[in-house]
Design a protein around this ligand. Structure first.
Ligand SMILES: O=c1[nH]cc([C@@H]2O[C@H](COP(=O)(O)OP(=O)(O)OP(=O)(O)O)[C@@H](O)[C@H]2O)c(=O)[nH]1
Length: 633
């Protein structure tokens, strides 16, 4: 899933591959790039001896291929493409450059030259960004090359001719196809295999990442050197002002020149890491013109506009149990999935393609299969499955959010409008109306808790405590994490009788598991079990001030000095705009609210807890710990 964000940057662009090579088309299609193919008419006749090094020849040929297509498309009054990609692959052995053989005799000469030796394969790539100004085509070229070393075994005459007669060598640089029969001739490959096949995909993605996500000073520590930026890096960058689908807005971070004149702030790097040399049809421009670029593409907004479609595709695929069908490496065609889920073939195919585009499924010519992440999180019976929670999002939250406008206008939860029931009845109905619904809701909560419990349990040093009571601790996931980390702790989970009656099937098995105690009760009405550490995980944000007052007064009342209260909640930043997950949750208009770190501190202090510490875990839930005032305070 690391490549997708870079490739995704090109989704809204008209991309043209200026190549007739089916291998290049396949390599780029396989990673989800959408493009048109317009083979170049540029004749590969540049004078090789005029280039100082073979890779310069490959780069120049790639560039001319791409520019020929860009110019032709522009002149023919076809819509000017946004990006044209050209490539050229050559083989060098000694000082000789080998391209595609012209006939069998030529192939024979090439292959015998390569027999028993190591040679280099260079692919030059040009990424041409096009724009049309006053009907003039303007182009900016980013180019680079990749070298791979390949060693051939000694080839007998018989083998050589048999291979040539197979027909494979004729349209391939150096007279062989490493991806097919030619692979049998190869002893080793040092470097990028796909570069030999005709397109250095990894270097291409790095180049795109450089263009579309140049490192910013404050994010540099996230970018692994010499690697495609991680998803985290992309998110960081795309969330901020730096986000742009127009790489030309990042000139100062790239090596940019216009008509050979370095732009202000341009950084120069060694030639072989690629260079951007704009090729313009207009005269040298002055600086103010140079700085004029089209408005940046609103990728974040487009992503948000499409977000609801993506969510619903995930919900429906989960509801139809598509990921269950494709578990355990099962590969199915759309028609087979359609039969099993009793849906139309055309609809199923569109849904499966949508899931593939979202990185939830993989699509090959054999059919569709789960990605690793779908296997772990979307198959309904997996340990960390989010299936139950996704169904809850689909069946409940989705409907609530369709009434968001009214919710905002009225400032109230729209349960009645969405479901014809009041909130309390609805919860009872949807989550507990049948054994199955109860089980599903508890599984959803249980699995979500498994994702967060460890980080909450280890947020602070809890070794001074001897007994813990997790109020509303449901199936006891956090309780079990605590006894695992602090085996001498006596941990009690206190929850409603309906919940406690169903916790047994969620308990871990094994001889060495320290038991957790479960006590049924209502923390608003009943006496709380004694403990020197109380926990409220994901409780306070759902309660109104009155209920908070009842609960915190009660806990504070039974806490002895030195005892503590641990909250697990999402802590908002002080502007209350981050993290978005919590801010968006607030839109449900529950009677409670999300709070910032300062607000949690003040809340705990109000009920006699001091020395409040907050730990932002980096997980979904953060942790807040406050100690009951000792008499010295
Ligand atoms: O092991 C392999 N080595 C090379 C290839 C294919 O060889 C050609 C290289 O030729 P060129 O770069 O000139 O590209 P063309 O096919 O002529 O297409 P253009 O329209 O882009 O000029 C290339 O197709 C490689 O894929 C191979 O398949 N295996």
């Amino acid at each position: 899933m690391v490549l997708n964000p870079v490739i995704g940057k090109l989704v809204s662009k008209r991309v043209v591959l200026a190549s007739a090579s089916p291998r290049r088309q396949e390599i780029l299609t396989n990673v989800g790039l959408r493009f048109e193919v317009v083979p170049s008419w540029f004749k590969e006749t540049l004078e090789k001896s005029s280039f100082a090094a073979p890779h310069e020849y490959a780069i120049e040929t790639a560039k001319q291929k791409a520019l020929e297509v860009a110019n032709r498309m522009h002149l023919k009054h076809l819509r000017t493409p946004d990006i044209v990609i050209g490539a050229d692959t050559i083989v060098t052995v000694g000082k000789q450059i080998l391209e595609k053989p012209v006939d069998k005799q030529d192939a024979y000469k090439m292959l015998s030259r390569l027999s028993g030796k190591e040679h280099s394969v260079f692919t030059g790539v040009a990424i041409v960004h096009c724009s049309s100004k006053d009907n003039h085509l303007e182009t900016e070229v980013t180019d680079f090359y990749e070298e791979t070393k390949v060693k051939f075994a000694e080839l007998s005459e018989e083998l050589l001719w048999e291979y040539i007669h197979s027909g494979e060598p004729m349209d391939k640089a150096g007279g062989y196809g490493i991806q097919a029969l030619g692979g049998m001739l190869v002893e080793y490959v040092h470097g990028d295999f796909l570069n030999v096949v005709g397109f250095p995909l990894n270097h291409f993605c790095k180049k795109l990442a450089e263009l579309y996500y140049p490192p910013l000073k404050h994010t540099i520590q996230h970018v692994k050197h010499d690697s495609i930026p991680s998803v985290e890096t992309f998110e960081n960058l795309s969330d901020g002002e730096s986000d742009s689908s127009n790489p030309m807005q990042h000139k100062s971070a790239n090596k940019l020149e216009r008509n050979g004149v370095p732009l202000p702030g341009a950084i120069h790097t060694p030639v072989n890491s690629g260079s951007i040399k704009p090729v313009c049809t207009v005269a040298v421009e002055n600086q103010s013109e140079v700085m004029e670029y089209p408005a940046k593409f609103p990728s974040k907004i487009v992503e948000l506009m499409d977000g609801f479609r993506a969510s619903k595709a995930l919900f429906v695929a989960s509801k139809l149990k598509v990921f269950d069908l494709l578990k355990d490496k099962c590969i199915l065609k759309a028609v087979d999935v359609a039969n099993k889920i009793e849906a139309s073939v055309c609809g199923t195919e569109r849904l499966l393609d949508a899931c593939a585009s979202l990185g939830l499924l993989e699509k090959t010519h054999q059919g569709y299969s789960n990605t690793d992440s779908a296997n772990t999180y979307l198959v309904s019976d997996r340990e960390y499955s989010l299936h139950g929670y996704i169904i809850h999002c689909n069946d409940r939250l989705w409907h609530l959010f369709t009434h968001l406008e009214a919710a905002v206008k009225e400032g109230t939860m729209q349960t009645h409008q969405a479901f014809g029931k009041e909130t309390e009845d609805l919860f009872q109905d949807s989550c507990y109306h049948s054994v199955e619904a109860k089980q599903r809701f508890m599984t959803a909560m249980h699995n979500l808790a498994k994702l967060t419990a460890r980080d909450v349990a280890t947020a602070f040093d809890l070794s001074p405590f001897r007994s813990v009571c997790d109020l509303g601790g449901c199936t006891g996931v956090l309780a079990h994490e605590l006894v695992q980390k602090y085996p001498i702790l006596k941990v009690t989970v206190f929850d409603l009788p309906d919940v406690i009656a169903n916790v047994s099937c969620f308990q871990p098995s094994g001889q060495h598991i320290t038991p957790v105690m479960f006590t049924a009760g209502d923390f608003f009405k009943d006496n709380l079990p004694e403990a020197d550490l109380y926990i409220l995980s994901l409780i306070l944000h759902d309660l109104n001030d009155e209920k908070i007052n009842i609960l915190l007064s009660k806990i504070s009342g039974i806490c002895k000095p030195g005892s503590a209260l641990l909250l697990a909640e999402i802590v908002l930043d002080e502007e209350k705009t981050h993290p978005p997950r919590a801010v968006l949750q607030s839109l449900s208009m529950t009677e409670g609210k999300q709070r910032s770190g300062l607000e949690y501190k003040q809340l705990l202090e109000k009920y006699g807890f001091t020395n409040v510490q907050i730990k932002i875990t980096g997980n979904i839930l953060d942790a807040i710990l406050g100690f009951k005032k000792t008499s010295a305070h």
